[in-house]
Design a protein around this ligand. Structure first.
Ligand code: PMP
Length: 313
């Protein structure tokens, strides 16, 4: 189904793709206070399924709580609406749920604070071409000019549109220099995350190696991050949350990012340094293979993570 023929859920009803619009003076547009979450949809042997739907909805509710956004739709209603949106949009691979103040407001504080919720299901590959194609293994540029991610400004747990704005200039610079993504640091040079992904690295030598990821006082509690940590534990791999200084990262034998759209995403270059052998490492591959088997329904490990759109008999 082409995206422009799809339907979008808006506060309890379905509207055509091109009718899911808001006014230019809507408070949520002008102030960037748009809460969102992004959920992957997978074709499995038991039909289409949403991955870890409950966790994504809980995160949306948490974003609204942190940002004082007035979400009135209940989680049960959102849950049913997500499933119905996927049913009505066959072939969709992703679901984006957005809540924003759509009334026209001049003040910072809206007089009609209640959010309008939109749920769009679409196929990423059908959307307008990307500026640069996504590679299977990527080059990461460390953002050093504007070092200083400050969790006290916007809580890293809030998925709100405005928190992505500061990373955009850094992404432009990286793009122009031939890199695929950027790594954001704290003022003291500790690793946080990429603008839309969490980071993991493998330290130590074979036999004593450990997977390390920055703690959640600095990064979004990514759902893929949690998934990978649980998969690592089930495989008997040691995986810990710890502060990582950017200088230590250069010495890592493997680095990968995680996010909902890419899953486990190998990093083979950090600034000018080649990571490991310049190809995805063995631990990264193992986690990636296991992750893919779980989301595609091939593996029966973690059965509660796939939320099927049709009841299972
Ligand atoms: N960090 C940030 C800031 C993000 O926006 C995302 C994407 N949601 C992630 C990490 C990865 O999270 P997830 O695995 O839930 O997609």
């Amino acid at each position: 189904m082409p995206n422009n023929r799809r339907v979008i859920w808006r506060d309890g009803e379905f509207v055509d793709w091109e009718d899911a619009t808001v006014h230019i003076l809507a408070q949520g547009v002008q102030r960037g206070s748009l809460a969102f979450d992004f959920i992957s949809v997978h074709e499995t042997p038991r039909g289409a399924a949403l991955f870890r739907l409950n966790e994504h909805l809980a995160r949306l509710v948490n974003t609204c709580r942190i940002m004082s956004l007035d979400l009135r739709t209940s989680v049960d209603e959102l849950n049913a609406a997500c499933l119905e949106t996927v049913r009505r949009n066959p072939g969709a691979t992703a679901l984006r749920i957005s809540g924003l103040v759509t009334s026209v407001e001049l003040d910072l504080l809206p007089s009609h604070p209640e959010l309008t919720v939109f749920i769009a299901a679409y196929s990423g590959s059908d959307l307008a071409a990307r500026r640069t194609p996504l590679r299977d293994a990527i080059k990461l540029r460390v953002e050093r000019l504007k070092q200083g991610r400050r969790p006290e400004h916007i809580d890293p747990q809030a998925k709100v549109a405005a928190s992505y704005t500061p990373a955009i200039p850094a992404r432009w610079l990286a793009d122009e220099a031939g890199f695929d993504d950027v790594l954001l640091l704290t003022e003291s040079g500790l690793v946080t995350e990429a603008p839309t992904s969490n980071l993991f690295c493998v330290t130590g030598t074979e036999g004593t190696s450990q997977i390390v990821t920055p703690p959640t006082d600095k990064v979004l509690r990514g759902i893929t991050r949690d998934t990978v940590m649980q998969i690592a534990a089930s495989l008997g791999l040691s995986c810990v949350e710890a502060d990582i200084h950017v200088d230590e990262l250069q010495a890592a034998s493997e680095i990968f990012l995680t996010n909902t759209s890419r899953g486990v995403w190998p990093v083979v270059q950090l600034d000018d340094a080649v990571i490991g052998a310049g190809t995805p490492g063995a631990i990264t591959r193992r986690l990636q293979d296991n992750f893919r088997a779980i989301v595609s329904g091939e593996s029966n490990d973690f059965p509660g993570w796939l939320h099927y759109i049709e009841a299972q008999t």
